[in-house]
Design a protein around this ligand. Structure first.
Ligand code: ADP
Length: 508
């Protein structure tokens, strides 16, 4: 028949699989989402920077036409200049004059463009007006002012405008990176070039805006300057690239940390779950083991009582023998029950200790007396060695003697014919060491730690034949540790074992 894993282990596997599905799948989805977000992140950073600059550009776009209109034409160095209130020249040397429909200018393209509009000098309103005109295929910003029937005008200087923008923008920096404000003109297709020309110029414009100064934000000026845009251009390193590199780094580090803690969590939970599953199986084993252990003495007791009740034993010597065996079985029973109760007291934290300062020999004598009282069969050879004077310890005598008794009982139980047991005491630095050494079956290396676990019994022929609960060493360890000590083990399979109780020496 095939063996199946016990249901506890099965449910452990199912729980663990569920844990993996519930934790790992969503986290993988989350990471995938993060990767997509990182890919889209450049656009997001651009949006953020654009939003940051939008307000500043809005203000500048309102201020620029107002300031340009407030400037007026003045004649200096033999030509007309557009001059603002602070005396700054805002126009270039490309000037023009218009009288009626007649245009006078040194710039041929400008003359052609002005004439093509069909405007005459009488169309200009009073004061400085601004307008844009496509000159030589490029949008050009012009300013003009009528005086005594003649209109004086000039190209507005891009450098002068950008200098103004820089000045105003200074006080309105919205983010930390250094920037420059620029005036961008729309590239117009050259007139008369037909559909192909138009297409080519549009392609060129698209490329220019893709490669050309990478503006963080743009704002088209209001009519009549709709052919111009104000832009914010970063100086130095591209802040978009910088921000997205930083974000990527942070994401990668966080992701690595996340997976590290996740793996740790999964491994840890798995171990805890597995331990719990194993413990629960051990408890089930323990219940069946204890019931089995209880049944044996109870059956014998019943048999002895029946024998006595039926009056089958007449001889007083025989009656004595039956009564002796009855006592022995009852003792076994109460020891077992006592051990189970002891463990439950320790586990639930109800165990109380009453430590007193006494010579370690008191503990040894109590344990040895109890051990000898067990009327063990076979030729047991127990030697006891305690230094003179015995070192003092501060312990609960009953509890520590119980732990030592357990070591003696184990040494006896797990020895075959050679039942030599040596109990020795020595003081080593700040420790008092009680060592029980036997020449029994020994313990394999891999079991050295586990025999101190509750309910654990080494699985071999001898243990199966010997009564036990797997609780003795677990209880002994808890008791010794509650006294600030340790249990040490040195053993080799087939050669015997040496258990040592290490207790702190009491200073007197
Ligand atoms: P129990 O003796 O009731 O089974 P213990 O907790 O006292 O429980 O011991 C746990 C296991 O450790 C035993 O089942 C036995 O296999 C092993 N063991 C303990 N002491 C010895 C020893 N002196 N020699 C060999 N094996 C031992």
């Amino acid at each position: 028949m095939a063996t199946h894993p016990p249901p506890i282990i099965l449910s452990f596997r199912r729980t663990f699989a569920l844990l993996i599905v519930l934790v790992v799948l969503p986290s993988a989805g989350l990471s995938g989402f993060g990767v997509v977000a990182i890919i889209n992140e450049r656009a997001a950073v651009e949006k953020r920077l654009e939003a940051a600059w939008k307000g500043t550009l809005e203000g500048l776009a309102e201020e620029l036409p107002t300031v340009l209109r407030a400037a007026s034409f003045e004649r200096e160095e033999g030509q007309w200049w557009l001059v603002d209130a602070a005396g700054r020249r805002l126009s270039t040397r490309d000037t023009f004059e218009m009288e009626g429909k007649q245009v006078r200018t040194a710039d041929k393209d400008l003359a052609t463009a002005l004439q093509a509009t069909g405007t005459s000098s009488s169309d200009f309103p009073r004061g400085t007006s601004l307008f844009s005109l496509v000159v030589g295929g490029k949008a050009t910003l012009l300013a003009a002012e009528p005086r005594n029937g003649t209109v004086y005008g000039a190209r507005v200087s891009q450098e002068a405008v950008e200098a103004l923008l820089a000045e105003w923008g200074e006080g309105q920096q919205t983010s930390s990176e250094p920037v420059r404000f620029v005036l961008l003109a729309r590239q117009e297709p050259l007139p008369g070039e037909g559909l192909m020309g138009k297409l080519a110029s549009e392609v060129a414009q698209a490329r220019a805006s893709a490669l050309g100064p990478p503006t963080l934000a743009e704002r088209t000026l209001d009519v009549p300057l709709q052919d111009f845009r104000l832009g914010v251009v970063p100086l130095g390193e591209d802040p978009v690239a910088r921000a997205s590199t930083r974000n990527r780094l942070v994401y990668v580090v966080l992701l690595a940390l996340f997976y590290l803690t996740l793996s740790f969590g999964v491994v840890y939970t798995g171990r805890v779950l597995y331990r719990e599953a194993r413990l629960s199986r051990m408890k089930t084993d323990f219940v069946s083991l204890v019931s089995h252990e209880l049944r044996t003495p109870v059956t014998s007791i019943r048999m002895f009582i029946e024998t006595l009740a039926l009056g089958r034993v007449q001889d007083p010597a025989q009656t004595q023998e039956v009564l002796r065996m009855l006592t022995q079985e009852t003792e076994r029973l109460s020891t077992l029950i006592e051990r189970v109760l002891d463990w439950s007291r320790i586990e639930s934290g109800r165990k109380e200790y009453h430590p007193e300062t006494l010579p370690v020999s008191d503990v040894v004598e109590t344990a040895v007396a109890a051990f000898r009282a067990q009327r063990l069969e076979g030729d047991l050879k127990l030697t006891v060695q305690v230094p003179e004077p015995p070192p003092p310890v501060h312990v609960d005598r009953v509890a520590i003697a119980g732990a030592l008794l357990n070591l003696l009982q184990n040494a006896y139980k797990y020895s075959r014919e050679d039942k030599r047991i040596a109990l020795s005491v020595r003081q080593h630095r700040r420790w008092v060491e009680l060592t029980v050494e036997d020449h029994g079956v020994g313990i394999a290396r891999r079991d050295h730690r586990r025999i101190f676990e509750r309910f654990y019994r080494v699985d071999n022929l001898l243990t199966r034949r010997t009564e036990g609960s797997g609780l003795g060493l677990a209880i002994a360890r808890r008791i010794v540790e509650a006294h600030g000590g340790h249990i040490l083990l040195k053993s080799e399979l087939g050669k015997g074992s040496r258990f040592t109780l290490q207790l702190p020496v009491e200073k007197v």
